[in-house]
Write a protein that binds this ligand. Structure first.
Ligand code: SF4
Length: 337
C-alpha cells in the first residue's frame, strides 16, 4: 500500500463540492481561510477529552477532572478575539457544559470501552488518529491501487464492535442522514441521485459523509487485523461538540446546560443486500462510487462544467477561492453579457 497514491476522505468531499476547489486546495496547495471559530473551540475540547480518555480513568469524576484541567490550560492560551470578557467567559462555560454532557451521553461508556482494548488503548486515542483504507482501481492506465485516509479522534469497544469516534462541530452537514437509520429508501435514493446527471440533487456533504464512513469502517477493519483485536463488526460514530441548538443559556442564573447526541453513521451506510452476502458492514454502491470518484481525482478531472448549475448555486457562494476562480469569473461575465 505504501507505493499507492494517497487521497483523503476530506479531500474527496471537497471534490464532491467542486472539482476545481479540490484542484486549488490539494493540487496547487492554496490555503483557504477558515474563519469558523467554533472549530478552534471544538479542537480545545477534543484535546481535553482525549487527554482524559488517554489517562486510563473510567469513573466520571476523574474523567471530568482531567478533561477540565486540560481544558483550563488550553483555554489560557486561546487567543480568539472576543467582544468582551463576558463573552469569553460564556464560551468557556459552554465548553464546560458540553464536556459534562459528553461524559453523560457516551464518554464514561467509551472510556470503559477503551479500557477493554487493554494493551492497544494508548495507541487508539488521538486526537486525529489516522486510519487508512486501500481500494483497487480499474483504470487501464494509471495506478491500480489507491490509499484513502481518514481520521477519528479515538477508537473504543462495545460488546461486539470496534467503534471509531470523531468529534465534529455539528451534525448539520449530514442533512437527511441525521434522521434516518437505514440505507434502504431515501438515503439510497439521495446517494444515487447525486451522481445522476439528469437529476438536480446535489448533496456533497451527505455523500461525503457516506464516503468517510466507508473509509473509517474499512480502516477499523485493518486496524482490528493488525492489532489482533476481537470484534464482530466495525462502526463509525460522530459526536457534535458545538451544536448551539443543544445549548440552553439561563442569563439570569448565569448557567449553561447542554446535551450531546452522537450519531452512528454505520446504520445508514450498510446495505442489507451486501451485508447478507458478506456479513460485514459494507455497501457496494457507496464503495464503487468511492472508487469512481478517486479515479476521477487521480485522473486530473477538475472541470466543474458537468455539474455547473448546482456548483454555481450551492458551492460557489461560500467558496474561499471564488475571487481568483476563472470558472466563476467566466460564468459571471457570461451572465452579465
Ligand atoms: S468559485 Fe465555484 S467553481 Fe470556483 S472553485 Fe469555488 S466552487 Fe468551484
Amino acid at each position: 500500500m505504501s507505493d499507492s497514491p494517497t487521497l483523503t476522505a476530506d479531500g474527496l468531499e471537497t471534490y464532491l463540492h467542486c472539482p476545481r476547489r479540490y484542484e486549488f486546495a490539494h493540487v496547487h496547495g492554496l490555503e483557504a481561510e477558515d474563519d469558523d471559530a467554533s472549530r478552534d473551540r471544538v479542537a480545545l475540547l477534543r484535546e481535553a477529552i482525549c487527554a482524559a480518555l488517554r489517562s486510563g480513568a473510567t469513573d466520571r469524576e476523574r474523567l471530568e477532572e482531567i478533561a477540565a484541567e486540560r481544558l483550563s490550560e488550553l483555554w489560557a492560551g486561546h487567543d480568539e478575539p472576543f467582544h468582551s470578557r463576558i463573552q469569553r467567559n460564556h464560551e468557556r462555560a459552554v465548553l464546560e457544559a458540553v464536556l459534562e454532557a459528553y461524559l453523560e451521553a457516551v464518554g464514561v461508556d467509551h472510556a470503559a470501552g477503551i479500557e477493554r482494548l487493554e494493551g492497544s488503548a494508548n495507541e487508539l486515542v488521538g486526537p486525529a488518529l489516522p486510519l487508512a483504507s486501500a481500494r483497487s482501481l480499474s483504470a487501464e492506465d494509471g495506478p491500480n491501487r489507491v490509499r484513502i485516509d481518514a481520521k477519528v479522534d479515538y477508537v473504543t469497544r462495545t460488546e461486539s464492535s470496534l467503534v471509531g469516534v470523531s468529534f465534529v462541530p455539528t451534525l448539520a452537514p449530514l442533512g437527511l442522514l441525521r434522521y434516518r437509520s437505514d440505507w434502504e429508501g431515501d438515503v439510497a435514493a439521495l446517494f444515487v441521485d447525486h451522481f445522476d446527471g439528469g437529476s438536480d440533487v446535489f448533496e456533497p456533504r451527505a455523500v461525503g459523509a457516506l464516503f468517510e464512513t466507508s473509509v473509517v469502517v474499512d480502516g477499523l477493519r485493518r486496524l482490528q487485523e493488525r492489532l489482533d483485536l476481537e470484534a464482530k463488526t466495525c462502526r463509525y460514530v460522530q459526536v457534535p461538540l458545538a451544536d448551539r441548538n443543544r445549548t440552553a443559556v439561563n442569563w439570569v442564573q448565569d448557567t449553561v446546560d447542554a446535551t450531546v447526541e452522537p450519531t452512528d453513521l454505520t446504520d445508514v451506510y450498510i446495505d442489507h443486500h451486501t451485508y447478507a452476502m458478506t456479513h460485514e458492514h459494507r455497501n457496494e454502491t457507496v464503495d464503487s462510487r468511492l472508487v469512481d470518484v478517486a479515479s476521477d481525482v487521480l485522473g486530473g478531472s477538475f472541470d466543474p462544467t458537468p455539474r455547473w448549475d448546482e456548483i454555481a448555486s450551492e458551492s460557489c457562494p461560500d467558496c474561499e477561492y471564488a475571487v481568483g476562480c476563472q470558472d466563476r469569473l467566466a460564468a459571471e461575465v457570461r451572465f452579465d453579457g
